[in-house]
Design a protein around this ligand. Structure first.
Ligand code: S3P
Ligand code: PEP
Length: 434
């Protein structure tokens, strides 16, 4: 039941069964619009995620002069002009809640004369931007601000290549540099010791561009001309993660998530399942796409605690909230380390996960760079808060299904940021029982 911004949630005795295709991948959707604008010619996108964050990117690109037409749900045409028709909006560009938009668009727009102002909501306005202003300034962009509002200007419309050692394992930082590097003079080298999601690398090649990885170095030639293409966006593994964990937790469940992205830089949750002794079936769809996709099936089952650390973190960074819920229900201790990046997401996700799950009766404590969880503990309904964070909200909806008694979720409707139909899809999986 819905009441204002609060959602009243009750546990279910049902299982989750059947098949579901989750909405398009958020990271790939953002990038398809950006590369579509940077290329010459008409790019066709199918399966674009129509969520708050992606629509922020879409609107920013339209406001700066690129034509984008919507043909049907998720079906878009981008009329790319290699940003030659760029126009500077008179008003600041509002990127809402989307970190990906703020960081990647700064790279995409780095060669424009400007000044161009990027703003966002309260949460986005607190997120660190120095991580992109530092490399982009070295490349020649005049970028003011360590947080939003960011003002971008490049009066001479020139960018130099750089050699840059990444300070955090962030695909957003890497991608911002790459988008600028494509438009720069010379070859840019990005050194990233811990690999992060590689959708930008793959998509650059799909748009006839060039990028080479040599060990820890990513080499991006400048002055590239990109050609329009078609993009078929797979389902978002980060959205599927909520159902995979729910299927494991709700007795008698068996569900399949279809045509979901299985890029290895994103599927760290499956590695965590392996470590926890949890089983799943994978069926790959061979369609020649650079972004692998397939069907994942899970059943209700019991697992054991594990340690999540190191290079696994970037591969499941957005899945930590739902993984923490899973850890409250398996046997023994789970320790999540090296996850300090969670403190600078839409909210401090370490604090948000720990305080909410504690309120529901879990044995969980925060550490500087992660959390410790001791399972299994029965959960009880409580008043919980998304803190305006979509992934926290969706995790708490799943938690409420296995809790005893009613849960009241404050600020619930932020789910639209990445998964507008989350509650409808929950009903679909519950109703397969009937
Ligand atoms: O590049 C991307 O599309 C994303 C990268 C990750 O952020 P960081 O680069 O900050 O780790 C992730 O958390 C975010 O949801 C999307
Ligand atoms: C962190 C996220 O997104 P962004 O950084 O784009 O706001 C997310 O979707 O979990």
């Amino acid at each position: 039941m819905i009441h204002g911004k609060m959602l009243f949630l009750n546990p279910t005795k049902e299982s989750l069964t059947g098949k579901l295709a989750v909405p398009g991948d958020k990271s790939i959707s953002h990038r398809s619009l950006m590369f579509g604008a940077l290329a010459e010619g008409q790019t066709e996108i199918r399966g674009l995620l129509e969520s708050g964050d992606v629509l922020a990117t879409l609107s920013a690109i339209k406001q700066t002069g690129t034509m984008i037409k919507r043909r049907a749900v998720g079906h878009y045409l981008v009329e790319g002009t290699a940003l030659k028709n760029f126009s500077i909006p008179t008003k600041p560009i509002d990127l809402g809640n989307s970190g990906t938009s703020a960081r990647l668009l700064s790279g995409l727009f780095a060669k424009q004369v400007g000044p161009l102002t990027l703003i966002g909501d309260q949460s986005l306005s607190k997120r660190p931007m120095k991580r992109i202003s530092k490399p982009l300034t070295q490349m020649g962009l005049d970028l003011q601000g360590d947080t939003l509002p960011l003002v971008l200007a490049n009066p001479h419309q020139q960018l130099q290549s750089i050699t840059y050692q990444m300070e955090v394992a962030s695909a957003q930082v890497k991608s911002a540099i790459m988008l600028a590097a494509i438009q720069a003079e010379g070859i840019t080298t990005i050194i990233d010791p811990i690999p992060s999601r590689d959708h930008t690398e793959k998509m650059l090649q799909d748009f006839s561009g060039e990028v080479t990885r040599v060990g820890q170095e990513l080499l991006v030639p400048g002055n590239q001309s990109l050609k329009a293409t078609t993009v078929d966006v797979p389902g978002d593994f980060s959205s599927a993660a909520f159902w995979l964990v729910a299927g494991i937790l709700l007795p008698n469940s068996e569900l399949t998530i279809e045509k979901v992205g299985l890029n290895a830089t994103r599927t760290g949750l499956l590695t965590a399942f392996d470590q926890m002794g949890l089983h799943y079936d994978l069926e790959l769809i061979e369609d020649g796409s650079q972004e692998p996709r397939g069907n994942v099936t899970v059943k209700a089952q019991k697992g054991t605690g594990t340690v999540i650390e190191g290079a696994l973190l970037p591969r499941l960074i957005d899945e930590i909230p739902i993984l923490a819920l899973l850890a409250t229900q398996v046997n023994g201790e789970t320790v999540i380390k090296d996850a300090q990046e969670l403190r600078v997401k839409e909210t401090d996700r370490i604090q948000a996960v720990v305080s909410n799950l504690q309120a529901m009766g879990a044995t969980i404590e925060a550490t500087d760079d992660g959390m410790r969880i001791l399972g299994p503990t029965p959960l009880k309904g409580a008043v919980v808060d998304s803190y305006g964070d979509h992934r926290i909200a969706m995790m708490l909806v799943i938690a409420s299904l296995i809790a005893e008694g009613e849960t009241r979720l404050l600020d619930a409707f932020v789910m639209k940021i990445s998964y507008p139909n989350f509650l409808e899809d929950l009903k679909i999986l519950l109703h397969h029982n009937q």
